[in-house]
Ligand binder design. Structure first.
Ligand code: NAD
Length: 517
């Protein structure tokens, strides 16, 4: 174990979470299965090996699916509020283990410790939300056009839910899906990111204990591990009615098509290209922290990270100087050290993509205001630490049109009315998160109106990054159209059934049709 791991209590955290040197990567709950191949998980914090996880074999995948399909038949018969009780207990276990799990998230993925804890808090919050929801999976009663008839809608459990998750939220995305799926009576099979596999083992250990204490069958919570080939086993599997996939647009395009081909449902949470519009009345006290946290938080590796600032020309210089000034305060370093703002990128491939994007922006005519680059020297041996960069650019640049998962912020000007800025904000293929900074009520309302932002998330005087679990989360266009978490996102985890019951002695037909015999 490295000195970083020892001094920040990672060893102890791994022990509390039941993580070993080599961990079986396949599980149906309390049963674990090991293949021969392994994925090694190196920390981007110090480049050291944290542990290994075995890759799921075809045979073990079959065992998982048999177990999950059998468990579904039992689990759906348990009343929803009792399923909510299981989720409540799970939330309590997460409360107990918030510190070690948050540390593992930070060390394996590289986000700041505060954000690691925040991610576990999000898991706890969604559990609380799901517990309440377990008493509110309500259908509607609908007036029938026929006398002596009643119509209603019911929501039934769907089956096995397949979850494919990205590296940047290695535990919360799973919880967003499972907490809702479980109260809905579904069982889950999770393929975590191959870049943060130990987090999946830790989560499975936590829920397995809860399931055992409640004498529940194997198969309610399953994990499988490996790269995209293991994900493909699920996308092609007709026993899985819903695939919830979080990751790049490239991945979503493949997964969405494959699942649609077999008439499965998919919930896609894909890439963003998020902008903040800064109008002449914007308050710099709100703009600067909102934009800077949005652009450099999680080293620019959030789907909601701020990529573009669209600034009115009349305040452009003032805003640019304030943002550039704030960047000078940013401390890059070990994310477990709470005095640091920016940790590493996930791996060296991500560093190469970041460097490549800066070169492309320059080649297209971008004007570099804050030069990026790889941070070298003591404490940066992993080679994954980069400097947040700021580039003046145009919205139509090819590189600006794409999501680069790194701390690169593009600054651009708009002139005239807010509609011009909204056109620029909407002028990309992605549609996840968006924001406007204004004290002008009409501008704010225009931004939120039907002709305003085309994103799934549109904020006023708040940045693009970070969301509360109470709202439905997701985006339009190439972001995939899925909604997770709060509001009525639970409906995607259930199947809807319309019932008409005739309690009269006649059989009147709908639409007044006569069929006399
Ligand atoms: P990625 O697309 O490389 O991988 C995501 C997951 O998909 C991994 O588990 C991977 O193994 C799996 N996968 C890849 N190809 C597959 C295939 N053909 N079939 C089945 N599974 C496949 O993404 P990443 O680098 O881990 O994460 C970063 C991306 O995720 C960014 O684009 C980011 O915006 C996006 N993201 C979106 C949200 C959201 O809610 N919209 C949240 C987090 C991350």
């Amino acid at each position: 174990m490295s000195t970083v791991a020892t001094s920040f209590g990672i060893e102890e955290a791994l022990q509390k979470l039941g993580i070993k040197e080599v961990n079986p990567g396949t599980s149906t709950g309390n049963k674990w299965f090991s293949g021969e191949d392994t994925i090694a998980s190196y920390s981007p914090v110090d480049g050291k090996l944290i542990g290994k996880v075995t890759v799921t074999t075809k045979e073990d995948y079959e065992k998982v699916m048999e177990s999950a399909t059998a468990a579904f038949k039992t689990f759906r018969t348990i009343p929803a509020p009792q399923r909510g009780e299981i989720v409540r207990q799970f939330g309590n276990k997460l409360r107990e283990l918030k510190e070690p799990l948050g540390k593992l998230v930070s060390y394996e993925m590289g986000k700041s410790l505060q954000e690691g804890y925040g991610e576990v808090q999000e898991m706890i919050d969604i559990c609380d939300f799901a517990v309440g929801l377990s008493r509110q999976l309500n259908g509607q009663t609908i007036p029938s056009e026929r006398p002596g008839h009643v119509m209603r809608e019911q929501w039934h459990s769907l089956g096995v839910v397949g979850i494919i998750s990205a590296f940047n939220f290695p535990v919360a995305v799973w919880a967003w899906n499972t907490a809702l799926a479980w109260v809905c009576g579904d069982v889950c099979v999770w393929k975590a990111s191959e870049k943060a596999p130990l987090c999946s083992v830790a989560c499975q250990n936590i829920i397995a204990g809860v399931l055992k204490e409640n004498n529940l069958p194997e198969g309610i919570s399953c994990i499988i591990n490996g790269d995209y080939k293991i994900g493909e086993m699920m996308t092609n599997d007709t026993r899985i009615p819903l695939i919830s996939a979080t990751g790049s647009t490239r991945m979503g395009r493949i997964v969405g098509a494959k699942v649609a081909e077999r008439f499965g449902k998919s919930l896609l949470e894909l890439g963003g290209n998020n902008a903040i519009i800064i109008t002449p009345t914007a308050d710099l006290k709100v703009v600067v922290p909102g934009a800077v946290f949005g652009a450099v938080g999680t080293a620019g590796q959030r789907c909601t990270s701020t990529r573009r600032l669209i600034i009115h020309e009349s305040v452009y210089n003032k805003v640019r100087d304030a943002i550039v000034g704030a960047y000078a305060q940013i401390k890059i370093g070990n994310p477990l050290d709470e005095t640091k703002h920016v940790g590493p990128l996930i791996d060296k491939d991500a560093v190469a993509m970041y460097l490549n994007a800066i070169e492309k922006a320059k080649a297209e005519g971008g004007n570099v205001l804050i030069e990026g680059g790889v941070v070298k020297g003591e404490g940066f041996e992993s080679g994954c630490y980069v400097k947040p960069a700021i580039i003046e650019a145009k919205n139509h640049y090819e590189i600006v049109q794409h999501e680069t998962f790194a701390p690169i912020l593009y600054l651009m000007k708009y002139s005239g009315e807010v509609e011009n800025a909204i056109d620029m904000q909407n002028g990309v293929a992605q549609g996840l998160s968006s924001a406007i900074m204004t004290n002008e009520m009409k501008e704010a309302e225009k931004f939120l109106s039907y002709s305003g932002s085309d994103c799934g998330i549109a904020n006023v005087n708040i940045g693009t990054s970070g969301a509360e679990i109470g709202g439905a989360f997701g985006g339009e266009k190439e972001t995939g159209g899925g909604r997770e978490s709060g509001s009525d996102a639970w409906k995607v985890y259930m199947r809807r059934q319309t019932n008409t019951v005739n309690y009269s002695d006649e059989l009147p037909l709908a639409q007044g049709i006569k069929f006399d015999l």
